[in-house]
Design a protein around this ligand. Structure first.
Ligand code: GAR
Length: 191
């Protein structure tokens, strides 16, 4: 039996695209749906180009959760992947998908996590703190931002002449390399 993934994303969607492409080659796992909370999110355009159905739900629908859960059930989603998703995941989804919702964060949690810490804000904070290394954290999610159990971390150096953009590029490269593989192992029960 194949496994179906949904990706939730709020922004550009480079990770979402990378994951969709990764599983296009895979007979056992496929990305069946992309959901967003922002109508202007470029991830919706990426999904359309790649032939993956997508939808954008309103703030009220995300807060309530029932419409999201209905879409998950309709598409027979087994596993949910957050890829730059900046809204709260509704409680009814956390209950319906225990240990089946994962997130990626662009720092070595618990450092540089929590509300407001996303995307470039994370890299700016890492540089301002004078850190010598940064990286990625793949984690389960729970009701508190960035506090779910950690599944895997990968490190990269912070270089003396880094800007938020150069550091972001190094961290993104780690995300592209590891996130699809870790998701695959989790979905197939190999991890
Ligand atoms: C990624 O770097 C991801 O780790 C980060 O947002 C970026 C999304 O990029 N997520 C968070 O900061 C979550 N707190 P993308 O839209 O190009 O995939």
């Amino acid at each position: 039996m194949g496994k179906n993934i949904a990706i939730f994303a709020s922004g550009n969607g480079t990770n979402a695209e990378n994951i969709i492409r990764y599983f296009q080659e895979n007979g056992e796992v496929r990305v069946k749906l992309v959901l967003s909370n922002r109508r202007s999110a470029f991830v919706l355009e990426r999904a359309a180009r790649l032939g993956v159905p997508s939808a954008c739900l309103t703030k009220e629908e995300w807060a309530d959760g029932r419409a999201v859960l209905a879409l998950m059930e309709e598409a027979e989603i087994d596993f949910i992947v957050l890829a730059g998703f900046l809204a709260r995941v509704p409680d009814c989804l956390l209950q319906a998908y225990p240990d089946k919702i994962v997130n990626i964060h662009p720092s070595l949690l618990p450092k540089f996590g929590g509300k407001g810490m996303y995307g470039e804000h994370v890299h700016e904070a890492v540089l301002a703190a004078g850190e010598q290394e940064s990286g990625i954290t793949i984690q389960y999610i729970n009701e508190h931002f960035d506090e779910g159990a950690i599944i895997c971390q990968q490190k990269c150096p912070v270089l003396p002449d880094d800007t938020p953009d150069t550091l972001a590029a190094r961290v993104h490269a780690l995300e592209y390399e590891y996130y699809p593989r870790v998701v695959e192992q989790l979905v197939l029960g190999q991890r």
